[in-house]
Design a protein around this ligand. Structure first.
Ligand SMILES: NC(=O)c1ccc[n+]([C@@H]2O[C@H](COP(=O)([O-])OP(=O)(O)OC[C@H]3O[C@@H](n4cnc5c(N)ncnc54)[C@H](O)[C@@H]3O)[C@@H](O)[C@H]2O)c1
Length: 218
């Protein structure tokens, strides 16, 4: 049994992660930390092996540092914080950190196909669409997609009620365009990826690992 505590447990993603952990035979949900529940992260660190963080850009780094300092592995899905700032904390700790800007397999495949396509077409732009309450723009997925692609790739951010998390990559060349599109209909799309990370974070060769692709095709 891997014992899992969730930071941001009262949030949209946190609630979905708690349900996914509770539904897995090999995982045990040992703690739900969230100011909205009156439970600080420190209160749940003692009884867990892995902390999963889906909180806010301004708290994720401190939460991850606290988990690592306590010797707990950490899986971070929060976007919009400085991932490199986590590296030194991870390297100084006996535990591992795993960070992914997107835990949906379709989004990871889209990033891979976009990187490949960008080598063959003149220019590209990204449009990312998210629910209106998302705090960061552009999205972590869009920034990572652009980083993986060749050339300078502008990003456009749409924030509207009714959306979850979608992304288009549009590539253009002489007399043709190619559109790659990933659409999510609800947050369960992220759960297989989150559970894969929870199950594998302890055995990773590096203290900090970034990107679900590192687990899917190591
Ligand atoms: N990596 C991915 O695949 C993926 C997918 C969806 C969302 N996200 C990201 O996950 C994060 C959370 O998204 P959401 O829609 O669930 O947000 P949300 O606002 O619904 O939930 C965030 C929760 O964190 C809690 N919180 C705030 N400070 C905290 C702290 N110090 N400790 C513990 N909990 C704290 C809040 O009270 C809230 O309940 C965002 O950064 C979002 O971009 C990532």
């Amino acid at each position: 049994m891997i014992r899992v505590a969730v930071a941001g447990a009262a949030g949209r993603m946190g609630e979905a992660v708690c349900a996914a952990v509770e539904g897995a035979d090999d995982l045990e949900l040992t703690g739900r930390a969230d100011p909205a529940l009156g439970v600080p992260l420190e209160d749940v660190l003692e009884g867990c092996d892995v902390v999963v963080d889906f909180t806010r850009p301004d708290t994720a780094l401190d939460n991850a540092r606290a988990a690592l300092a306590a010797g707990r592995h950490v899986v971070v899905g929060t976007t919009g914080f400085d991932i490199e700032a986590l590296r030194s904390a991870a390297e100084a700790s006996p535990a591992n950190a795993f960070v992914a800007p997107n835990f949906a397999i379709g989004a990871v495949l889209l990033m891979r196909f976009a990187a490949e396509a960008s080598r063959h077409m003149q220019r590209a732009e990204i449009i990312e669409y998210h629910h209106a309450a998302k705090l960061d723009a552009p999205s972590g997925t869009a920034k990572r997609t652009a980083d993986l692609m060749e050339g300078d790739v502008p990003i456009h951010s749409v924030r509207l009620p009714g959306l979850v998390a979608d992304q288009d990559v549009i590539l253009g060349d002489v007399a043709q365009t190619l559109t790659l599109r990933h659409v999510t209909t609800d947050r369960t799309s992220f759960m297989p990826g989150v559970l894969l990370a929870v199950r594998n974070v302890a055995g990773l060769p590096d203290r900090l690992t970034v990107g679900l692709e590192r687990l899917l095709w190591p």
